[in-house]
Design a protein around this ligand. Structure first.
Ligand code: MD3
Ligand code: FE
Length: 208
């Protein structure tokens, strides 16, 4: 698909990151959903354990050279799924989005897929397990709306919230790369993209 030649929505800048509401058209969202089915068939979703021994409410899997895993040894990137297999390749449709929005010289090494069912959330955290924060993080939202909260470079202080909707793309780079962020809740029944409901977030990162 010739992403770069099509007309795309303009970005909104919030605390230094770029939010493109509705970057993906409904047919593009359906194609991406179908590509993700292939990834999940090869690398099943799992519920990561926090280092404190509590199960996260978000289910995850990955594609690319590295995937993100979390267990009693801590949070880390791993070249294998918890079942021991290497991760499947990042679908070309997802790489095309990275290339269209990021202007990065390098392709992502990790495509993390987070699945939120009703009641799932992600607490405020920083993404700082990557070797070089000079590379952007790109996020793609699919399915039900998610209430995203963005804070500051240290814990505490004022935060801002915005709803992420199916087809939205965000780019975090520069000063925005190390802001605390999380998902407070999803709004069930706000999208028909996923037959059983829920929200998918894809994040793309350069790891090494
Ligand atoms: C702002 N995921 O996987 S994506 C994560 O919707 C994560 O599943 C959330 O936070 C989700 O780590 C939010 C948007 C996002 C991703 C990375 C960021 C925002 C960010 C890195 C720095 C600042
Ligand atoms: Fe994050």
């Amino acid at each position: 698909m010739p992403m770069e030649t099509e007309k795309r929505p303009a970005a909104q800048k919030i605390r230094g990151f770029l939010h493109y509401p509705g970057w993906l058209s409904p047919p593009e969202q359906r194609a991406l959903r179908d590509d993700l089915r292939g990834v999940v068939a090869a690398a099943p979703l799992f519920s990561p354990m926090t280092p404190y021994g509590k199960e996260m409410s978000v289910r995850m899997t990955s594609a690319g050279r590295f995937g993100w895993v979390s267990d009693r040894r801590g949070y880390r990137y791993s070249e294998t799924h918890p079942n021991g297999s290497p991760w499947p390749a990042i679908p070309p449709s997802i790489l095309a989005i990275w290339r269209a929005v990021s202007e990065s010289a390098r392709d992502p090494e990790c495509c993390l897929i987070n699945f939120y069912s009703e009641g799932a959330k992600m607490g405020l955290h920083q993404d700082r397990d990557e070797a070089d924060f000079g590379h952007p993080v790109v996020s793609i939202s699919l399915g039900d709306d998610g209430l995203f909260r963005i804070g500051n470079k240290t814990r505490g202080g004022k935060t801002e919230s915005l709803w992420l909707r199916s087809g939205d793309v965000m780019v975090m780079e520069g000063d925005a790369r190390l802001l605390y962020h999380g998902i407070d809740r999803i709004a069930p029944g706000t999208s028909t993209l996923l037959p059983k409901g829920g929200r998918i977030n894809i994040t793309l990162r350069v790891v090494t």
